[in-house]
Design a protein around this ligand. Structure first.
Ligand code: HEC
Ligand code: HEC
Ligand code: HEC
Ligand code: HEC
Ligand code: HEC
Length: 184
């Protein structure tokens, strides 16, 4: 049976079939990669570039990053404190969902983009305290309109920097490369 299949595959028609299967698998993989790297459909097309360019600090909207594990997202009340004083807010189509959310009191359901799986322990505070910048891990947000993850948070990404950080310091290396530091 297997032998007959291989004999058939070696014929011109068989080769065409192999080619089609290969192309289908390949394009499915490329499509999959494109899907995971595309910015998600957010309830509001929030432009980071405009806000960061306007001079608003990351920590003003994500204050948790210097205090604990999660950076957190701003409440709509925080958006509104500023936007209800901006004339454009009344007419902008991009801002209509914010107006609706504030008027109806329904929280905005943002779609998460930067995430690690549950079995990985990550803590923003330790990294900010050690002098790391947001852009070391999240890229240059002044160029981003809707947030997308420029960086896949895989184990190599974390360990690379941990090993570099430790350098010759064996005690620190033991801690930062220890499985139990990130998995417990
Ligand atoms: C005016 C408020 C505001 C400022 C300033 C701001 N952000 Fe955000 N940020 C948001 C909002 C709202 C979201 C959720 C919408 C989204 O993901 O696009 C978000 C999402 C993010 C995300 C993705 C979070 C997730 O849900 O996974 C990252 C990473 C991020 N911001 C980093 C930064 C960095 C770094 C800076 C400074 C350079 C910054 N932000 C400045 C409001 C802000
Ligand atoms: C400290 C002030 C401030 C805060 C807080 C703030 N914004 Fe803004 N936002 C601005 C300014 C300034 C602009 C640029 C307005 C312009 O281009 O005329 C802007 C522009 C926008 C735009 C683009 C509007 C358009 O028509 O181009 C959106 C959408 C928006 N903000 C959403 C939000 C959301 C959602 C939040 C809360 C997560 C938020 N903003 C928090 C000041 C702020
Ligand atoms: C050392 C790398 C690193 C640095 C530095 C870093 N982040 Fe993060 N950030 C991450 C990782 C990893 C996640 C996913 C965490 C998770 O899933 O629990 C994340 C998630 C986030 C999120 C969405 C989820 C949440 O925590 O609420 C926001 C917003 C965010 N970061 C903002 C910031 C800001 C603002 C700064 C700078 C003050 C910053 N980050 C610095 C790695 C980093
Ligand atoms: C840009 C460099 C950098 C990257 C990327 C990075 N880290 Fe770190 N990490 C550090 C530094 C610096 C420290 C603090 C070292 C010290 O204690 O002096 C640290 C400390 C830690 C700690 C110990 C926290 C504590 O409470 O002492 C954990 C856990 C950790 N990182 C997890 C991660 C994970 C998970 C990732 C990947 C998602 C990651 N880190 C990516 C630089 C980095
Ligand atoms: C600095 C943080 C860090 C350290 C130290 C670390 N890991 Fe991980 N590990 C991660 C992250 C982040 C992921 C998530 C990878 C992903 O989402 O693809 C991960 C994923 C894994 C997985 C799931 C399989 C995979 O590749 O996705 C296993 C198993 C694992 N780690 C084992 C270990 C072992 C064993 C050690 C010690 C030799 C270790 N890890 C040390 C951060 C770390």
């Amino acid at each position: 049976m297997i032998k007959r299949l291989f004999d058939w595959l070696k014929q011109p028609l068989g080769l065409v079939a192999v080619g089609i299967v290969f192309l289908a698998v390949f394009s499915a993989a490329v499509y999959g990669i494109a899907l995971t790297q595309k910015a998600p459909d957010q309830p509001i097309q929030f432009p980071h570039n405009k806000h960061v360019g306007f001079g608003i600090q990351c920590l003003y909207c994500h204050p948790g990053a210097s205090k604990g594990p999660n950076a957190g997202l701003p409440s709509q009340a925080k958006c509104w404190a500023c936007h209800n004083q901006i004339a454009r807010t009344q007419t902008s189509e991009l801002l209509a969902p914010l107006k609706n959310a504030v008027e109806s009191g329904t929280p905005i359901q943002w779609v998460p983009v930067a995430q690690v799986p549950d079995f990985v322990q990550f803590n923003h505070r330790a990294h900010i305290a050690a002098g790391k910048n947001c852009e070391d891990c999240h890229g240059d947000m002044t160029k981003v309109t809707v947030a997308e993850n420029p960086q896949v948070f895989n184990m190599g990404f974390c360990l690379d920097c941990h090993v570099k950080t430790a350098g010759e310091d064996k005690v620190l290396l033991n801690k930062l490369a220890d499985c139990g530091t990130c998995h417990y």
